[in-house]
Write a protein that binds this ligand. Sequence first.
Ligand code: PGA
Length: 220
Amino acid sequence: MKNIWVIANWKSNKTIAEALDWISKVGPQIPKADNLKVVVCPAFNALSEVKKAIEVGGFPLMLGAQDLSPFGLGAYTGEEPAELLSSFVDLAILGHSERRKNFGETDEIIAKKVEQTLANKIIPLVCVQGEETPVPEGCKLVAYEPIFAIGSGNSDTPENVNRMANLFKQRIDSDLKIIYGGSVNSGNVKSFITQEAISGVLVGNASLDAQEFIKICRTV
Ligand code: PGA
């Protein structure tokens, strides 16, 4: 049975108190299954407390960062290096379209970030926006996120997502795992994860609400 990823991208939301409330509601409700990988990606403020809450609760939840530095340790004011994050997170979202658009991230910067994750045992999840987006060397998990579908309520069709996933597999590696992101919710998640080439979902807005996220995990 294939592994299915359900990844919550909270973006710039949730205080520590709100984050802990979500963990206390969602943690106990996640179905325990070896092939279900549920990851929560809070903002940096809450990583440490969320990690503790997951450990104390013994919840089947992995922790992710929404980004990290393209550099190692050193004089890089404001950056979060993989070497420091690796004691908290299992995964990092890289190359999200919001970072490309608002922070000028280029494919070269994203490739450097992937190198940093791989050197520090963090799984890189690289977001691609279309057929031409490059997938850096060593990246085995990719999120296909067409820009029109993000936060719009207008998701791509499952058939097109499956087609895109197969294109990436053919172009890069048949073992590449492709997940889908863009207006995923409890009502449409099944249509995506039942496609043969799709290995999960990256969920923004709908992940903020604990009950909605629990429904998504149960459906998956
Ligand atoms: P959305 O965001 O689910 O709110 O569309 C997805 C994402 O940006 O990863």
